[in-house]
Design a protein around this ligand. Structure first.
Ligand code: PGA
Length: 252
């Protein structure tokens, strides 16, 4: 049975103290909860990762990085490698977030290399993709999503899919307060599962968790998560508040 997941992408928010305090509150709030088949992940900034990972040890909270470079080490000012993430106990990485693609020029080709580097280090990947508003208006959203997934992930061996979590995030819904409707999310998620089944097999498609991201909050999560092919959410704004995030983790 595939896992349900809520992942909080803290983006460029929270200094070290705020990050430690937030993970502590989330872990405490979830301590007595029976999160059946549900994983809870938070992704702080690089400066807070080591401390947050340490605080999360032995709790129900797992910790992810928001990005990484594909090289192991070297003259890449400002970058962090998979090996370095692992050295502070981080085994999950978000790759391909639309903000990375849009503001930092990350291409499908770069992302494919990052995917390979993460897998070579036995890390799990939350792989993000999604169309911009113009794509949806011109009815190109399925093609765009397919090409992002194809270019980033379809070179993989079937066995690699155990380490892949997919996150569909329509760019027009990120941080805008406008969510895709539960039916729009379901429609895209079913499409994604189908292309994975066609390229690989039904088993992989059935077992891969597909998260929805874009203005998910405690008021709309239950309905979105109730859709057959929606296995949880990648949450930005609402993940910065412990109470909201805990509510989201209990929204299945
Ligand atoms: P949002 O961000 O929940 O603030 O829309 C989601 C994301 O970018 O992952």
């Amino acid at each position: 049975m595939r896992k349900q997941i809520v992942a909080g992408n803290w983006k460029m928010n929270n200094d070290l103290e705020a990050s430690k305090s937030l993970v502590k509150k989330i872990a405490k709030g979830l301590k007595k909860e029976k999160l059946k088949n549900t994983r809870v992940i938070v992704a702080p900034t690089f400066v807070s990762l080591a401390k947050v990972a340490n605080k999360a040890k032995g709790t129900k909270v797992e910790v992810a990085a928001q990005n990484m470079h594909f090289e192991k080490s070297g003259a890449f000012t400002g970058e962090v490698s998979a090996e370095m993430l692992k050295s502070v106990g981080v085994k999950i990485v978000i790759l391909g977030h639309s903000e990375r693609r849009e503001y930092f020029g990350e291409t499908d080709a770069m992302l494919a290399k990052k995917v390979d580097a993460a897998l070579a280090n036995k890390m799990e990947i939350i792989f993000c993709f999604g169309e911009v508003l113009e794509d949806r208006k011109s009815n190109k959203h399925f093609d765009i999503v397919e090409s992002q997934i194809r270019n980033g992930l379809f070179h993989l061996e079937a066995s690699a899919w155990d380490s892949i979590i997919l996150a569909y995030e329509p760019v027009w819904a990120i941080g805008t307060g406008e969510t895709a409707s539960p039916d729009q999310a379901q429609e895209m998620h079913a499409f994604i599962r189908k292309i994975v089944a066609d390229e690989f097999n039904d088993d992989i498609a059935e077992n891969v968790s597909i998260l929805y991201g874009g203005s998910v909050n405690p008021g709309n999560a239950k309905e979105i998560f109730s859709k057959e092919d929606v296995d949880g959410g990648l949450i930005g704004g609402a993940a910065l508040n412990a109470e909201n995030f805990i509510t989201l983790a209990k929204s299945f």
